[in-house]
Design a protein around this ligand. Structure first.
Ligand code: AMP
Ligand code: ZN
Ligand code: ZN
Length: 400
């Protein structure tokens, strides 16, 4: 009997008999601006297959439907009002005279702005789970002195192929130094969506390109024998805009009397001290294609406006309209996001596929803050009772 076993062991390919199956790695894939219904266009065969093999459903972004607030909501389980990233641009009364914005690295890389909520990679690192981020807003900043074991400074010029190859290299590592949680981020679908609009051939080509990259990631991991719990998400959708649907704030109030913290699908307006009444009187009246309110009067369903970083007056444009303050740097065309998160065109893709997830589960629309709870569950981290998102909201995605 014993010699039969010995013979069997000798006949097996080298190493295989002794090797333990690799532990699944949770990979959060962010496809900026991938609207939920893009998945049905027929340009993303790999994503369609993953959706079929896993759990899928439209995901509601948090308001404002912008990149930074939603990427942080996805990894903290807290909506922008509570995660501190209340916009792509923001001001804070504790930092007079400065503005946080995507393009202002001095502010965007300052932990001050990111310290109101703990991202999941920090919770993981603290629990002894190794993490790695191939780009994600907030991942370049230390939280209480902790960072992902591997992370990279955001650089738009790193190609999608390079991003995938970097992640595959991390997966290739010996188990002891292989991340158990990783992120990867693609910006091209959003960039092309802004330039050409959501219904363009260019967006379709961008969808196909990102689909191919995700296919390469899946195939690469399979080749390495590393199972993936893939969670594929977007931060928001995209809606067609044009220069015929523009609300010009210059026609309502002089520019010197306020700071336009954000403009576009919504405007965040901070009156310059002393001119508050004039700005309020001009804006807080009915307008044809936008609604302006003081932040304390925003509808409860937006869950936004209590954070001191939210500007005093918020105007939300009717879907497809653009609020401007003066002449924009670029003509209004193509597509935009930032609208009310009840807008169906702001809905984002969600796919969870892997050993932790249910095959063929179709989820009803759920709030994106539940994604953190799902990620935590795959990593064996306890549910965060303080989070806005609950595991119960995405329970159907999780295999029992
Ligand atoms: P949005 O203006 O909301 O469409 O933001 C999307 C842009 O955010 C993309 O063009 C990205 O290049 C940029 N972006 C994404 N991640 C980061 C990051 N970590 N740091 C700086 N910019 C980023
Ligand atoms: Zn975005
Ligand atoms: Zn965008």
């Amino acid at each position: 009997m014993r010699w039969i076993l010995l013979l069997a062991a000798l006949l097996l390919p080298t190493g295989l008999a002794a090797k333990e199956p690799a532990r699944p790695v949770t990979v959060l894939v962010g496809i900026d601006g991938f609207r939920a219904d893009y998945l049905e266009r027929g340009h993303t065969p790999r994503l369609a297959a993953l959706a079929k093999e896993g759990a899928t459903g439209p995901m509601r972004p948090s308001f404002p439907t912008k990149t930074f607030p939603n990427h942080y909501a996805l990894v903290t389980g807290k909506r922008p009002d509570r995660n501190g990233i209340v916009g792509n641009s923001m001001i804070d009364p504790r930092r007079p005279g400065v503005m946080f914005s995507l393009g202002n690295a001095t502010q965007a890389l300052d932990p001050f702005w990111w310290s109101e909520a703990e991202p999941v990679w920090i919770a993981a690192e603290r629990a002894g789970i190794r993490t790695a981020t191939m780009f994600w807003p907030g991942s370049e900043v230390a939280f209480d002195g902790t960072r992902p074991a591997d992370w990279l400074r955001y650089d738009k010029n790193v190609t999608n192929v390079q991003r995938v190859n970097t992640l595959i290299d991390w997966l290739r590592r010996p188990a002891a130094i292989r991340p158990q949680f990783a992120t990867i981020y693609f910006d091209t679908v959003d960039t092309i969506g802004h330039e050409f609009g959501p219904d363009s051939a260019e967006v379709n080509a961008a969808l196909a390109e990102v689909d191919a990259r995700i296919g390469e990631l899946v195939d690469g991991a399979t080749k390495l024998g590393v199972p993936l719990n893939l969670v594929i998400v977007a931060d928001h959708g995209m809606r067609a805009t044009d220069d015929a649907r523009v609300i010009q704030l210059d026609t309502l109030i002089d520019r010197a009397s306020y700071i336009a913290v954000e403009t576009g699908p919504y405007a965040a307006i901070e009156p310059v001290t002393g001119t508050d009444d004039r700005v309020a009187n001009a804006l807080l009246v009915p307008h044809e294609h936008m609604t302006c309110t003081r932040k304390e009067n925003l509808p409860e369903r937006l869950h936004w406006g209590k954070n001191p970083r939210v500007a005093a007056i918020i105007c939300i444009a009717e879907a497809g309209w653009t609020i401007l303050s003066g002449t924009p740097a670029y003509p209004v065309k193509g597509g935009a996001h930032g609208y009310d998160n009840a807008d169906p065109e702001m809905l984002a893709i969600f796919i969870a596929r892997g050993p932790a997830f249910t095959r063929g589960a179709m989820l009803e629309v759920f709030d994106n803050v539940a994604v953190t709870a799902l990620l935590r569950a795959t990593l064996g981290l306890p549910e965060d009772a303080d989070a806005d998102g609950k595991l119960a909201d995405v329970r159907a995605a999780l295999r029992r």
